[in-house]
Design a protein around this ligand. Structure first.
Ligand code: ATP
Length: 201
């Protein structure tokens, strides 16, 4: 099975990577595909340019053969909708079973997603409850329209890192070496990313 993990990855951080490791271990899925959004639907535009977010992701997954990155949302003009991404992935490679990985917060927001009913009809889902964040129960997910037979809820522990905190620290001149892989930290430093306080940093 292939796990599809979307996000802004602005930047990718250790929380993303730890959660993926645990999801792959717990589900026995062979692979995860990380899909950075060009223009997310329900949140502000990312701070770092698409090419930089892609490079950071590719660098972060380089040591793990189970992880890969797709730039298909970055190449698609306009807002990035998961239902379009699922269709594009199925067209590119109809082979593997796929599951969309969602944090509990993202799962709760599903009624606001574009063509949510179609997505809920077509996709398999893995919803993660992570330590320190308000979780979601299977009952709640079913009430939101998630399909009982195609939804798995997993509990994972992951460091309480957020991309927002990484950006805040960089703009404040603080260290981020515990929050992101070293190679990602070097790209942030090399390109001077996140140095200016961003509106949502
Ligand atoms: P921001 O701080 O900018 O809101 P983020 O750190 O939440 O960003 P995203 O790229 O938006 O990063 O996240 C993609 C997915 O990763 C989301 O589903 C989110 O729930 C999950 N995620 C974010 N931080 C962590 C973490 N520390 N551990 C596990 N999952 C995380």
């Amino acid at each position: 099975m292939q796990v599809v993990f979307g996000g802004t990855f602005d930047p990718v951080h250790n929380g993303h990577l730890r959660v993926l490791e645990q999801v792959l271990d717990q589900t026995g899925a062979g692979h995860a595909l990380l899909v950075p959004a060009a223009a997310p639907n329900l949140r502000p535009a990312p701070v770092a340019p698409p090419a930089a977010r892609l490079e950071m992701l590719e660098t972060a997954v380089a040591g793990d053969p189970r992880l890969a990155v797709s730039d298909l949302e970055l190449r698609r003009p306009g807002v990035s909708y998961t239902i379009d991404t699922l269709g594009a992935l199925e067209e590119l490679d109809p082979g593997p079973d796929r599951a969309i990985l969602l944090g509990a917060d993202a799962a709760r927001s599903i009624p606001r997603w574009d063509r949510a009913a179609e997505l809920l009809r077509r996709a398999d889902f893995i919803v993660i409850n992570r330590s320190g964040c308000p979780g979601v129960s299977l009952g709640e997910l079913l009430a939101l329209g998630f399909p009982a037979e195609r939804t798995t809820v997993l509990a994972v522990s992951s460091p309480p890192v957020s991309a927002r905190e990484v950006r805040r620290r960089v703009s404040a001149g603080e260290r981020i070496d515990q929050l992101v892989p070293e190679a990602v930290r070097r790209i942030i430093e090399r390109d001077g990313l996140y140095r200016k306080p961003a509106p949502r940093a």
